[in-house]
Design a protein around this ligand. Sequence first.
Ligand code: GDP
Ligand code: MG
Length: 437
Amino acid sequence: NLSEKLDKALHVLKGHGQITEINVAETLKEVRRALLDADVNFKIAKEFTNKVKEKAMGQDVLTSLQPGQLMVKLVKDELTELMGGDAEGINLSGAPSIILMSGLQGSGKTTFSGKLANYLKTKKTKKPLLVACDVYRPAAIDQLHVVGEQIGVEVFSDRGNNDPVAISKAGIAHAKANGFNVVIIDTAGRLAVDEQMMKEIANIHKAIQPQETLFVVDSMTGQDAVNTAKSFNDILNFDGVILTKLDGDTRGGAAISIKSVVNKPIKFIGTGEKMDAIDVFYPSRMAERILGMGDVVSLVERAQEQFDEEEARKIQKKIAKNKFGFDDFLSQIQQIKKMGSLKDLMGMIPGAGKALKGLDIDDDAFKHIEAIIHSMTPDERSTPAKLNASRKKRIAKGSGTSIQEINQLLKQFDQMSKMMKMMQGGGGKKMMQMMGA
Ligand code: GDP
Ligand code: MG
């Protein structure tokens, strides 16, 4: 993927105490190739590397103490700029504020409508209503109702009606009459841009005059995403982009290209199917993620929300004394389950993504992990180094697992301890501070 390729490209520089002009040019060529591979538009990629080169020359990269790092910083800053400035929120000024979703079928509109409603609901002053305007498939209406139930948000629908303009208007009237102050309109999409879909969304848009029109796009659709974004923008002049499915094989390219082609801010990202898998889009974090620096800041914020402060303080002491054991691991599992999947979290830590490749950590694995830990003696839990072959055999028997699984757990435990240590240094220090330690 892009971050690996950029990593490789920048590696040349990272290692060099001194770099030459030729080195810079070579590296930028690699950077450009990496961007192209990630579906960044050719023109944009070329402009990008030219700009970085200019800046590199201007900043005396060649004579600086750590030229590699300076280059990484330049590439990161430029990527950040390319994806937009500071994070922009959504306009909630209306009474009620009307938010219209647009995008192709399968892009994630219905899912994101739910996520956004859920996100707004946590702001105490917002009372969102979801409106089902995908009239072509009965299942689409059901889907929104399921989502609404999950998050405890009312869904307005009218199954007998096949006019999305009328339904959206009725939904807004319902909101006004019942004290809802945000109306999120979920619409129908098609598999590709076609005239009828465009006409329909344009009609809805015109009829309801939303404060905020959002274009939802699957980040895995690469270069196509850019063309789709352009078509929708030509018709709707939308206010922002929602980039979904960034939890998969992240193609940073979509973010970069869309922003440069339609010049609209990316406002949120979707990072999973669950209702809490939503994040505000921060260009600099995205740039870091693309560059493989990990997304420590996001991790910190998420951890901050979910971690029990008292627990965190205890754990921190143990890590400091190198006394972090399987009992703590067990209680961490509980916390982590609350925060999202282990894989997601690990992926946000610099370097950890690579270390974990090949290790299959799925959330179901927790069940086995818990069984294994329960079969350990207290002594073994606090000093995992004691786990020799015969002890492992006993534990495998007791927990109904295999030696292989135990070895895998030990590996995971090792990673976890490393992650804890990493969180103590650098960005983690901030996290611990925020957690009240
Ligand atoms: P719509 O046709 O635009 O309404 O798209 P849906 O909301 O129905 O989403 C299509 C599929 O993508 C569903 O299976 C969703 O669960 C899935 N999906 C949506 N957003 C995300 C995301 O951020 N990550 C992942 N992994 N899946 C997503
Ligand atoms: Mg839908």
